[in-house]
Design a protein around this ligand. Structure first.
Ligand code: NI
Length: 137
């Protein structure tokens, strides 16, 4: 790998806070932490619009809610080409957690996630978009 070195000037207090942060986050050194910060910024830029992304969607719901399970299943069948996997965990007598992996264009994945989270009976839902990794070194 071709490594490039460059100097960064920071105000003293910012530098001290960054040093405290990267140690707290368990990075071995500043360079490792800065590389991850840069990759994070690049991914944030990448996961927009028609870019191909991976979505990690969590849905927490009460399976006793009428028709909820059917709606969630129907939704996944209607968009089956976007769903990579679904893991269903029976958390207790009432609560279920689904961890769903999606792949598709950023705007499609966001829309699917928003629609599923908004289904009546879903107590908590959150989607996290990440890169397919192809553009990251
Ligand atoms: Ni369940």
């Amino acid at each position: 790998m071709n490594l490039v070195r460059f100097g960064v000037s920071l105000p003293g207090e910012l530098s001290q806070r960054f040093d405290a942060l990267y140690r707290k986050k368990k990075y071995a050194n500043r360079s490792e932490a800065i590389r991850d910060l840069i990759r994070h910024a690049l991914v944030e830029e990448e996961i927009e619009g028609d870019a191909l992304v991976i979505g990690v969607l969590n849905l927490l719901y009460d399976h006793h809610k009428r028709e909820l399970q059917d709606k969630l299943t129907l939704f996944q069948h209607n968009h089956h080409d976007k769903f990579i996997s679904t893991t269903h965990v029976h958390l207790d007598h009432d609560n279920c957690l689904e961890v769903i992996l999606l792949k598709g264009q950023a705007r499609e994945i966001k829309l699917i996630a928003d629609q599923m989270i908004a289904i009546t009976g879903v107590k908590h839902g959150q989607v996290y978009l990440t890169s397919t990794g192809k553009e990251l070194r």
